[in-house]
Write a protein that binds this ligand. Structure first.
Ligand SMILES: C[S@@+](CC[C@H](N)C(=O)[O-])C[C@H]1O[C@@H](n2cnc3c(N)ncnc32)[C@H](O)[C@@H]1O
Length: 337
């Protein structure tokens, strides 16, 4: 029954279309709804009264939990203000796991406590048995010098070569700001944000569901990671853009048999358990403590898939482009990758 809807972006109002989706049928649900900020969407008002907005949210949140399998996870992306109400509601019938703070720096506006992060609420449907995988991301480095951001003192030999475990504060994924790098949509999410959530809570062929699909970010991420997807989007134009992009998307975010998140010609998120399979594809600094100024490096860049068909380049991504960055260490000139 659910197969009828998988690998499709359904056009229409999510509250109507949710009725077609059976209970306990998808592995992960993610919602990035309109934030009620008067954004210029073409097919929906983004300025409801306070209680009206919350009442509407509760309806689709209820549906998200209903369609999620007992082993599944539910993610809600919004401003902290709205998430406090979402959490109060969800706590009644789902299981709180984490509040992920996604750092989204704003320009100085002459005011303290400007919102500088979005929240992603992470719930599981049941208390026990949910699929959750540990993730790693590359070590954060100084942009200019390439040294590790954190001072690990004498413990550098104990560091994981790829990078630390992902915490609940995400500072390495930037919003897409430039119009040239995005679809014609007011608030498209960076795709590697979705890669991270999908790698964390689903396996190959699992079904990922997004009731506010926009221009298809979740669906594309799911497809290229070998998952199935269902999207709902009210706006026909956004559905068209999504379908075009999905047609150009391949199931190729893989190294050997292992699904990974690539971004800007690099691997940016892996599962901790996969490192054993992935290690052989990397040149690892030796001795390990030289990781202080040297990254792990892919042995063969040809294994990086072409991210065609959608907004790729985001020069705000906080990474060092190793092709042109050099640092001097004593007399030794090291190319930092
Ligand atoms: C914040 S955007 C999602 C953006 C998406 N995450 C992306 O990266 O492209 C919210 C989307 O929900 C859609 N939308 C608003 N009300 C809807 C409804 N009742 N049913 C389905 N989609 C709706 C809007 O058209 C908009 O594209």
């Amino acid at each position: 029954m659910i197969e009828k809807y998988t690998n499709r972006i359904l056009q229409g109002d999510c509250l109507e279309l949710f009725k077609k989706i059976p209970d306990n049928s998808v592995d992960m649900t993610f919602a990035d709804p309109p934030f009620n900020l008067k954004k210029k969407y073409t097919s929906c008002a983004d300025s409801l009264e306070f209680q009206e907005y919350l009442n509407w949210c509760e309806k689709w949140i209820y549906e998200m939990v209903r369609v999620t399998k007992p082993t599944g996870s539910i993610f809600l992306h919004n401003l902290p203000k709205w998430l406090t109400y979402y959490a109060t509601y969800l706590n009644k019938f789902a299981n709180f796991k984490h509040w992920i703070a996604w750092d989204a720096p704003t320009a100085p506006m002459g005011k303290s406590l400007q919102p500088s992060h979005y929240g992603i609420l992470f719930y599981t449907k049941d208390i026990k048995g949910a699929k959750i995988y540990e993730l790693r991301y590359p070590h954060k480095r100084d942009r200019k010098q390439g040294f590790l951001w954190k001072d690990y003192g004498g413990k550098k030999d104990l560091l994981h070569p790829f990078g630390p475990l992902v915490s609940d504060v995400w500072t390495d994924i930037h919003r897409i700001k430039h119009n040239t790098k995005r679809d014609q949509h007011p608030c498209q999410l960076p795709i590697h944000l979705m890669d991270r959530l999908i790698l964390m809570t689903t396996d190959e062929n699992d079904i990922v569901f997004d009731p506010f699909s926009g221009t298809g970010t979740t669906a594309i991420s799911a497809k290229r990671l070998g998952r199935k997807y269902i999207g709902i989007e009210i706006d026909t134009k956004y559905v068209e853009i999504s379908e075009k992009k999905l047609k150009n998307t391949k199931q190729n975010f893989k190294v050997g048999d292992t699904w990974v998140s690539f971004y800007l010609k690099d691997i940016v998120t892996i599962r901790n358990n996969d490192w054993n399979n992935l290690e052989k594809y990397f040149i690892i600094p030796n001795p390990l403590r030289s990781i202080d100024y040297q990254r792990v490096k892919l042995k063969d860049k040809k294994i990086i898939p072409n991210e065609n068909g959608f907004s790729l380049e985001n020069d705000e991504f906080d990474k060092i482009n190793g092709e042109d960055l050099k640092i001097s260490i004593g007399s030794l000139e090291e190319k930092v990758y």
